[in-house]
Design a protein around this ligand. Structure first.
Ligand code: HEM
Length: 469
């Protein structure tokens, strides 16, 4: 009996050993078979960063894709990277194998925005913060903001139509910032709004500058502004807590948060998430709105049709002085498709960054641990296989829904944009008032693309607005 059990256990031991050796061998075989993707790593240290930020992004990424295929390597912003230009690869990184990749941002930027902002995180903390942000920007909540967003849109448009030439992008930034503040705080007194605006405009200048902390540099000024923003946000938080003001906006949700042990969020966590949302909401929305004006201006027939749609809403539903309702914003199919097509054509977020948390094999290629991984939204949006004649501005293509993972202006997966409904709503509202009551002409050339770092038309698209009625 004893001999039997010894033989039995020895056999089990031998089988386990054998499977372990085979497993290791198989893993080694896989590893050795996988090779780095094709591509060029550019100059020592700087790699191909300059080309990426100075060339037309359509040319930089598309020429690489043409030369190397949908997966290629490069070296940008000080890191080796693998760029992925197919819907399947984007899905692999952002959705099906998202656990193998973590979000990654330059440390200097993380410091300015605040390390507790949700998009730097994964796991439980990210899931909790994301739930709060998603609830705060859900259609149920944002639809109640329509009258206030409308008020902001009307006031911005009036200020632009003063006969002066404006920088459209800067003007749209002002609008997007104010909508951001409204959706985060609800009603906020003017003193705080002005202080936030002033300091945020200094802070944002540091996002993409050289991170030198010496007094006088843009980065140092930006760090100082971030400290002041903490103080302002601290004051607002304390005021809301003293007055026991509980509200259905982002700040209200952040203040009411309790984790499973009953812990509340720290002031830093609240501030970092607020600054994070302002960062995510402002330039993105403003650059898309700027492109919409440019595209409509270049398509007079389409412009007439969109104006027709908006004027019909004005005449049939609200009359001149009545407010827009949620139902009316759902009856703007052509304007909505103009927004979708502008998001595709401009692809203001051309790509996103992740970092491989371990060695990953994809399609026979090795993505080494620590390498950056960039799903290239722009290339996918400009691939004629998915969007016929991608260089044409054609909103009617969205009469049929795009194929899965071919259209990702708001990303995909765990980190997909929770503000996308708000962004589209505020664009519809601004366009409604702009198209029914104003006309605009472009001033000077707007054929080149400028990077802020989002792509925007040259000089922010200089334009002169006039009130029609
Ligand atoms: C047209 C305007 C916008 C565009 C094109 C846009 C695009 C995106 C994209 C592509 C991502 C995913 C990035 C990634 O996966 O790395 C993202 C994330 C995010 N966006 Fe937006 N966004 C816009 C407006 C907004 C607005 C208005 C808000 C808030 C009010 C917002 C809040 C966020 C936040 C908080 C995240 C991070 C989500 C997470 O990490 O879980 N965005 N956005």
């Amino acid at each position: 009996m004893k001999l039997c059990s010894t033989i039995f256990y020895s056999l089990i031991f031998l089988c386990s050993l054998l499977s372990y050796i085979l497993f290791k061998k198989e893993k080694r075989r896989h590893k050795s078979r996988a090779r780095l993707p094709p591509g060029s790593m550019g100059w020592p240290c700087i790699g191909e960063t300059l080309q990426m930020y100075t060339q037309d992004p359509n040319v930089f990424f598309a020429s690489k894709q043409k030369r190397y295929g949908d997966i290629f390597k490069t070296h940008v912003l000080g890191y080796p990277c693998v760029m992925l230009a197919s819907p399947e690869a984007a899905r692999f990184v952002l959705v099906s194998h998202a656990h193998l990749f973590k979000p990654t941002y330059p440390k200097s930027k993380e410091k300015l925005i605040g390390p507790s902002a949700l998009f730097f995180h994964t796991g439980n903390y990210h899931a909790c913060m994301r739930k709060l942000v998603q609830t705060s920007f859900s259609p149920e909540v944002t639809r109640k903001l329509i009258p206030d967003i409308e008020r902001l849109a009307v006031s911005c448009l009036e200020s632009w139509a003063n006969g002066q030439v404006i920088n459209t992008f800067l003007a749209m930034k002002k609008f997007a910032f104010e909508v951001g503040v409204l959706s985060i705080f609800g009603q906020l007194n003017k003193k705080y709004t002005d202080e936030l605006k002033e300091n945020y405009s200094i802070l944002e200048k540091g996002y993409n500058c050289f991170p030198l902390k010496l007094p006088g540099t843009a980065y140092h000024k930006s760090l100082m502004a971030r400290k002041r923003l903490n103080q302002i946000l601290g004051e607002i938080v304390r005021e809301r807590m003293e007055n026991k003001l509980s509200a259905n906006n982002l700040l209200g949700h952040l203040l009411n948060f309790r984790d499973e042990k009953g812990n509340i969020l720290s002031e830093e966590q609240i501030a970092d998430n607020i600054i994070g949302v302002l960062f995510a909401a402002q330039d993105t929305t403003a650059s898309v709105l700027t492109w919409i004006l440019k595209y409509l201006n270049g398509n007079p027939k389409l412009l007439d049709a969109v104006k027709g749609e908006q004027k019909a809403i004005l005449e049939s539903e609200c009359g001149e002085n009545r407010s827009l309702t949620w139902a009316m914003t759902r009856k703007m199919p052509l304007t909505y498709r103009v927004i979708l097509e502008s998001l595709r054509k401009a692809s203001v977020i051309s790509f996103t960054f992740r970092e491989a948390a371990e060695d990953v094999e994809y399609e026979g290629y090795l993505i080494p641990k620590g390498w950056k991984v960039m799903p290239l939204f722009r290339n996918i949006h400009h691939n004629p296989e998915f969007f016929a004649e991608p260089g044409n501005f054609d909103p009617f293509r969205f009469e049929n829904p795009p194929k899965p993972y071919t259209y990702m202006p708001f990303g995909s997966g765990q980190h997909a944009c929770p503000g996308n409904e708000l962004a589209k709503l505020e664009m519809l509202i601004l366009l409604h008032h702009m198209l029914t009551k104003y006309r605009w002409e472009l001033v000077g050339s707007a054929n080149l693309i400028q990077y802020s770092p989002f792509p925007i038309p040259e000089n922010g698209l200089r334009a002169r607005f006039k009130k029609e009625i």
